[in-house]
Design a protein around this ligand. Structure first.
Ligand SMILES: Nc1ncnc2c1ncn2[C@@H]1O[C@H](COP(=O)(O)OP(=O)(O)OP(=O)(O)O)[C@@H](O)[C@H]1O
Ligand SMILES: [Mg+2]
Length: 249
């Protein structure tokens, strides 16, 4: 579903910085992938390129055979709305709108009928445990609840690819588990492909595969054999190795 070839990103004009140094990655339909690596290694840069928020310096991205970088502005906007979903750490919800209005926002932008939007929300809300929150404003709900609302908004239009940057970054352990359980459920029930950047080994242990990035390069990958506890331990060991921490303290 996603094919990334030799993707490079160089920031700056006079003072240049190569944030991505030729990334190659193939993602199958319905995969749930985690992206991990030290701070500054290029994770958000990578996600922004996939999200068409930023343009690569060279290399190519093919999403279901389409290269988003060959589309014009209008086509890109439509592509983002129809095929992509986003969950970001800072939630990006509209504070003056209600929970329900926030969730249907992507559909509103696409001119969907109100009756259909309401039905979609009624179908999705119970699965996310947010039915009672629908009439509230964003300022009246907790951070964990807001993150679940952000997941709902990202899923409401059934995107082919869900991109998440630190979706559990602001959450306590209980809310993190809830949000990750939800992402896993949506991945399994709707076969949504998910790419998630995270520092959190617990969140990462919900993924089927983790790719590790360091200094703008993919340096390793790991597959979940179905034992989440063991996968969690392997992730911690690998992170320590990549970040150059020795375990002797
Ligand atoms: N707009 C920009 N202009 C110049 N350099 C940038 C820009 N954005 C990011 N960088 C640099 O590119 C590198 C990768 O940044 P990126 O945000 O992708 O890291 P990250 O892996 O997401 O880190 P973190 O875990 O801290 O979020 C960093 O060295 C950063 O300073
Ligand atoms: Mg980042």
């Amino acid at each position: 579903m996603l094919q990334v070839e030799n993707l490079r990103k160089v920031y700056g004009n006079e003072l240049q910085y190569e944030a991505l140094k030729g990334i190659n990655l193939t993602v199958e339909d319905g995969e749930f992938i985690g992206i991990m690596g030290p701070s500054g290694s290029g994770k958000t840069t990578f996600l922004n390129l996939l999200a068409t928020i930023d343009q690569p310096t060279s290399g190519s991205i093919l999403l279901n055979g389409k290269n988003p970088n060959t589309l014009n502005q209008e086509e890109i906007a439509k592509f983002r709305r129809k095929e992509l979903g986003f969950v970001f750490q800072s939630f990006n919800l509209m504070p003056t709108l209600t929970v329900e209005e926030n969730i249907v926002l992507p559909l509103t932008l696409d001119g969907e009928k109100v009756s259909r939007m309401k039905k979609q929300v009624r179908d999705l809300a119970p699965r996310l445990g947010i039915e009672t929150l629908l009439p509230k404003r964003i300022g009246e709900i907790s951070g964990g609840q807001a993150q679940r609302v952000a997941v709902a908004r990202a899923m409401i239009h059934h995107p082919e690819l869900l991109l998440a940057d630190e979706p559990t970054g602001n959450l306590d352990t209980k809310s993190s588990r809830d949000v990750m359980g939800l992402l896993r459920q949506l991945n399994q029930e709707e076969q949504a492909t998910i790419l998630m950047v995270t520092h959190d080994p617990l969140a990462a242990s919900f993924c089927q595969r983790i790719v590790f990035i360091k200094d703008g390069e993919l340096v390793d990958e790991m597959h979940n054999d179905g034992n989440q506890g063991r996968f969690y331990d392997r992730i911690i060991t690998e992170l320590a190795r990549i970040e150059g921490v020795d375990n002797e303290f």
